[in-house]
Design a protein around this ligand. Structure first.
Ligand code: GTX
Length: 229
């Protein structure tokens, strides 16, 4: 039925947009991807997310859901029956996963932007060391959350895996463009091995952009940020 159709309004380079796409892939739900141009806003986007006017937006049965991790949770609840769970079953584990997902949005994205925007070597080193401190904390969180298994959520990809995994393309692109080591076997061995597992998953492969394509987008964003600074 047409009204059952699922649409994602997004843009391929956006780490936030990857999140609901991975969640839908994990659930085996087909969706239509409506591609926005980064930096522009279609009428549909303005109408669908009038508060923040940001992507991603999910349209399901004619209703809209915004904010990437809220969409991931919605997907988990809307397609619960007989499908793999994305959020941890235990309430405490769920709270911990949500805590770190908020931390990732607070710390990882701003520090990557700071590295890309740095105008001096000092600023780049400072931003790089802040990012490394955050990733070190996430390395410790992985140890606790994974309980010795392959993912933050245990045996399979869950919400916190999606929250951090969606940053991997941008982490790689930032490393390549700036020479700053962020997530390496030497610095964060557990996360480095986890990243390989995450990117090898079928639900992720399809939506994880190639580093070189992201580098091109990052160069464009750098020029835009510089012009507006
Ligand atoms: N909190 C939101 C979510 O989780 O959905 C954030 C969404 C968001 O910021 N979307 C951006 C947007 O629509 C596109 S993604 C930007 C990628 C930058 C990567 C940098 C390392 N922005 C439009 C706007 O801000 O007006």
């Amino acid at each position: 039925m047409a009204e059952e159709e699922v649409k994602i309004l997004g843009a391929w380079p956006s780490p936030f947009v990857m999140r609901p796409r991975i969640a839908l892939n994990l659930k085996g739900v087909k969706y239509e991807f409506l591609e926005e141009v980064l930096g522009e806003k279609s009428e549909l986007l303005l109408k669908s997310n009038p508060v923040y006017k940001k992507i991603p937006v999910m349209i399901h049965k004619g209703k809209t859901v915004s904010e990437s991790m809220i969409i991931v949770e919605y997907i988990d609840e809307a397609w619960a029956d007989g499908k793999p769970a994305i959020l941890p079953a235990d309430p405490y584990d769920r709270a911990v996963a949500r805590f770190w997902a908020v931390y990732i949005d607070d710390k990882i994205f701003p520090s990557m932007k700071a590295i890309l925007m740095a105008q001096t070597d000092e600023a780049k080193t400072e931003a790089g060391s802040q990012a490394s401190t955050s990733l070190q904390l996430l390395e410790e969180a992985f140890k606790t959350c994974s309980k010795g298994q392959g993912f933050f959520s245990g045996e399979t990809i869950g919400s916190l895996d999606i929250a951090l995994g969606s940053c991997l393309g941008w982490i790689r692109a930032t490393e390549k463009m700036t020479g700053v080591d962020l997530l390496t076997v030497e610095k964060t061995p557990l996360l480095a091995a986890w990243a390989e597992r995450f990117c090898a998953d079928e639900a992720v492969k399809e939506v994880m952009p190639e580093t070189d394509r992201l580098v091109e987008v990052a160069k464009m964003l750098q020029a835009k940020w510089k012009a507006s600074a």
